[in-house]
Design a protein around this ligand. Sequence first.
Ligand SMILES: [Fe+2]
Ligand SMILES: [Fe+2]
Length: 232
Amino acid sequence: MSEATRRRRFLSVAAVLAVGATARNAVAAPPRSKPAEVNATEDLMREHGIIRRTLLVYEESARRLGMPEEKAPVEVLAQATRLMQRFGEGYHEKTEETEVFPRLMKAGQQKELVQVLLEQHAAGRKLTASILAATSGRDALTQPQPRAATARQLLLFVRMYQPHAAREDTVLFPAFRELFNEKQFDELGERFEEQEHKLLGSDGFENALKEVDQLERALGIHDLARFTPPEK
Ligand SMILES: [Fe+2]
Ligand SMILES: [Fe+2]
């Protein structure tokens, strides 16, 4: 190996080590200022996370309703549906309808998609009202017919909302984000946060997260590791 080659190799190894050391320091060092704010689309996507976890509660409820020997999880389902109504419809969808859809429409973008999404919000609200009605009353969900009807409505809701949220995450929100420059987008994030506090209280997201976690626990579907397929 020539002296020049040896020196080049030494320098490249030293460079890799230096980068590694910098990365380690970056991880180990405490943050110098407060962590970065959650931006507007990240906020909407985290809300989808709460909604998706509520859908898991819906799915498990539907499964139990379909088994005559299982007791209907009336209380848990009623609470999950109220969470969907308050957080999903009253807050998340409202934000989309007042802040996201109108701006895209004004920019002449995603018109057909927005139309379908609006129809789905309306269809979801009808299902929610019907599921809520089925969970109220002293002998709610004790008879086979209402059990089957509610299970069907829950699965219709899940079937609609999975692609709904997935399309918003991958098509609508990226298109929405492109309407703003960085400064405007930061300001929008702050506005979303103010809205959240106004409509849901200061810990709106955290409380919804706690609530959905409790609902999962009540049905025994809270342990994430149990969703991993067993090794053969
Ligand atoms: Fe939506
Ligand atoms: Fe959404």
